[in-house]
Write a protein that binds this ligand. Structure first.
Ligand SMILES: [Mg+2]
Length: 228
């Protein structure tokens, strides 16, 4: 009886959610350009204002090297060493410009798909991001917002693929469409999804990861596609 119920529940889950495609969107510089700055005071008293993601990554990389930190996201370790890192601009959506080449794709929800925003921001940004989606006319009830708080996005995506294993031993996820501006995150996802021995056992034979890199150009943005 228990087995029957288990099977029935499984069947119902699959009926309700025949999800085969995940669409994963980064937020900053992918869905919107914002005027968020990070202000830092180092333990030696030196101050810096980091005006965009590139400046942010360069500063954190240099500071981590200086302090001998090797974690994927050194922010927390640097804070523990006495760096004052003010991320408060990232708890709101500050002066956003919508990146329509991406949002026009996002607002069309394909069948059998699930749509995520996966941001490296902290959890307190989830509410403001949901409000922003409503502001630009995207039905936020169809989007799940996840804040990875600096954790490796590749690890999170690998967990998502492993979440639901079908009777044939393969994941229900056959296709992932990933929209992202950061090459560092793209490299991490490629590495953890495409070159992962463990994952190859659960990947369906037709599995595809399609990466759309969001690139700033003179008069707007363009998408550069790659896949594995
Ligand atoms: Mg970004």
């Amino acid at each position: 009886m228990k087995l029957l119920l288990e099977n029935w529940r499984k069947y119902l889950n699959e009926m309700e959610e025949p999800i085969t495609t995940l669409r994963i969107f980064d937020f900053d510089e992918t869905i919107a350009h914002t005027r968020s700055e990070t202000r830092v005071v180092a333990p030696d008293g030196s101050e810096a204002t980091l005006r965009d993601q590139q400046e942010f990554e360069e500063y954190m990389k240099a500071a981590a090297a200086k302090e001998g930190i090797e974690t994927f996201d050194p922010v927390k370790d640097l804070q523990e060493l006495g760096y004052q890192i003010d991320l408060s601009d990232f708890s709101i959506v500050k002066d956003p410009d919508e990146i329509t080449i991406v949002t026009d794709i996002m607002r069309n929800f394909p069948e059998d798909s699930k749509t995520y925003i996966m941001t490296a921001r902290r959890g307190n940004s989830i509410g403001p991001i949901i409000d922003y989606l409503e502001d630009i006319g995207i039905n936020s009830s169809q989007v799940r917002v996840m804040a990875t708080q600096g954790k490796s996005k590749g690890d999170v995506v690998a967990t998502m693929i492993n979440q639901k294993i079908m009777d044939d031993g393969k994941s229900n996820i056959h296709r992932i469409e990933y929209y992202e501006d950061s090459q560092r995150n793209i490299d991490d996802v490629l590495n953890k999804i495409c070159n992962n021995e463990q994952l190859s056992e659960v990947k369906p034979v037709d599995f595809a990861l399609v990466i759309n890199k969001v690139i700033k150009i003179d008069d707007g943005y363009k998408l550069e596609q790659s896949s594995c």
